[in-house]
Design a binder for this molecule. Structure first.
Ligand code: 5CA
Ligand code: ZN
Length: 466
């Protein structure tokens, strides 16, 4: 991959994921193949969240006074809000915002719903579109103005400890989600100047893209009592007192699809993890004139057999050369291809080609389902291992800031270093090397801050980011 950015734009178009020619900047069309990928990805997340969250749906529009109630929150979003000012020719008395996220849509309702400690915890989520008038360079799926797949969860608790525990739980859920997509991540606490507007603190997941820049792919926020005080979300405790509730929220976006594409892709195109691939298996008939009918019949039988076992299968019976079909489905990232010709039928075998390693294997027809299931699992494992390895190899330590700057400029990737945690020192580091601090994790061993020399409380990470 010579130029990632160009590769990414081309593959979105060639593999028919989205069409970015829609005439509004930052807003794109999901094409059928991309939509399938999106749908299967969402299904995994829904399965995870549905265990103990309830799915809801709130309106897209938020009245001005509600959006502006939480002053820190609105300050963080004021440059990015789209406003509706008219209904037809009539000017609205109260402007309406297109949600940039849904705290201020949901929390006034929470204050109506929550009365007593028996109403807690409340855990809900929704998957909707949100709108942010991004001023930085927009990019399909990575920085869009209409986020079409905003998956936001919001929880309410009776104590700070419970909210803390929910943050940890959300991290576990997101780990499970990313693991099933074979996407590697580092988890850090964002520095205070980079947290979600209105939160006590923000924990973020970042992954590394092939050009050495990181992409924030999920965030988990502990909101404490900031919003419950603003929106009057109170409950009666078992002893009859009235207390403000404790809240968390966490979310993911279209960047999930971007990272599936970017992290696993190679020079021949996409390599989709089987769990989310629109088709897991492509059957390509190898037809010579005499046996055409027989081969087609066998292909159809195999297709039904595999579909019955729960695989997503496509029989590509288009009247074009087999080589072109191979090329296309490799580009579109289908994990497995089955080639079936007259000679294979006589031997009662099929040839299976893996997209990840491009290996070809002969499989006996009698244990086809079992073998394919095994290979698909192996593909996921392979993609996961490969992706984690690539990321780990690109996390480097640096003895001093000068060296850190040099590594970032020459190799990109992520630098880890000891840091004191002081805000002034942190901003000074960012100033000196012109790269942002991604976040921190607890330091495991004692050392001194790379910048000021004081005791380092944290292991911090630096990277060029999207
Ligand atoms: N209400 C909270 C939790 S849902 C919230 O809005 N958090 S957020 O602002 O951090 O957004 C959640 C995630 O959406 C981010 O972690 C980031 O991965 C993604 N995101 C933010 N802005 C965009 C954008 N313009 N395009 C694509 N993804 C975005
Ligand atoms: Zn320091």
């Amino acid at each position: 991959m010579i130029d990632f950015s160009e590769w990414f734009h081309n593959i979105l178009e060639e593999a028919e994921i989205i069409d970015s020619r829609y005439p509004i900047k930052g807003m794109n069309v999901w094409l059928p193949y991309g939509f399938q990928l999106r749908k299967h990805t969402l299904k995994i997340l829904r399965n995870i969240l549905d265990r103990d969250h309830q799915e809801t749906l709130f309106p897209l529009l938020i009245p001005e006074d509600q959006l502006e109630k939480e002053s820190i929150h609105v300050k963080g979003f004021e440059d990015e809000v789209y406003w509706i000012t008219h209904g037809g020719l009539t000017k609205l008395n109260k402007k309406l915002a297109l949600r940039p996220t849904s705290e201020t849509a949901m929390y006034p309702m929470f204050s109506l719903w929550i009365r007593s400690h028996t109403d807690l915890p409340l855990k809900i989520y929704q998957i909707v579109n949100t709108f942010r008038y991004e001023t930085k360079h927009t990019r399909p799926l990575i920085r869009v103005r209409e986020i079409t797949t905003f998956k936001e969860a919001h929880t309410v608790h009776g104590t700070m400890e419970e909210a803390e525990e929910q943050v940890q739980e959300a991290i576990r859920l997101y780990k499970e989600f990313f693991n099933s997509l074979a996407i590697p991540y580092i988890i850090t606490k964002r520095p205070p100047w980079d947290k979600f507007p209105g939160s006590n603190y923000t924990i973020a997941f970042d992954t590394l893209l092939p050009d050495g820049k990181t992409l924030q792919i999920a965030t988990v926020h502990n909101l404490g009592q900031t919003f419950s005080k603003t929106f009057n979300i109170k409950f009666e405790t078992p002893t009859g007192e009235h207390e403000y509730a404790y809240q968390t929220c966490y979310g993911l976006s279209d960047r999930i699809i971007a990272s599936i594409i970017a992290v696993h892709g190679d020079d021949s195109g996409l390599r989709l993890p089987p769990k989310v691939a629109p088709y897991q298996i492509i059957i390509v008939p190898i037809i010579f004139k005499e046996e055409a009918e027989e081969v087609m019949k066998a292909c159809e039988e195999i297709r039904y057999r595999l579909e019955d076992s729960g695989f997503r299968v496509k029989l590509d019976d288009r009247d074009i050369r087999a080589g072109r079909k191979y090329y296309e489905w490799e580009m579109k990232g289908a994990p497995l291809r089955i080639e079936i010709g007259p000679r294979d039928l006589k031997k009662k075998v099929v040839v299976v080609a893996r997209r990840d390693t491009k290996e070809k294997i002969e499989i006996k027809l009698e244990n086809l389902e079992e073998k394919i299931d095994k290979i698909l699992h192996d593909i996921t494992r392979m993609l996961r291992e490969e992706a984690w390895k690539k990321m780990r190899e690109n996390i480097r330590t640096a003895p001093n800031l000068k060296e850190a700057k040099k590594i970032i400029e020459e190799k990109k990737g992520i630098i880890s270093f000891p840091w004191c945690g002081n805000e002034e020192c942190g901003k000074n580091i960012e100033e000196k090397i012109k790269v942002d601090i991604l976040g921190v994790s607890e330091a495991k061993k004692k050392s001194s801050c790379i910048n000021c020399g004081k005791e380092a409380e944290y292991k911090a990470f630096l990277a060029k980011t999207y």
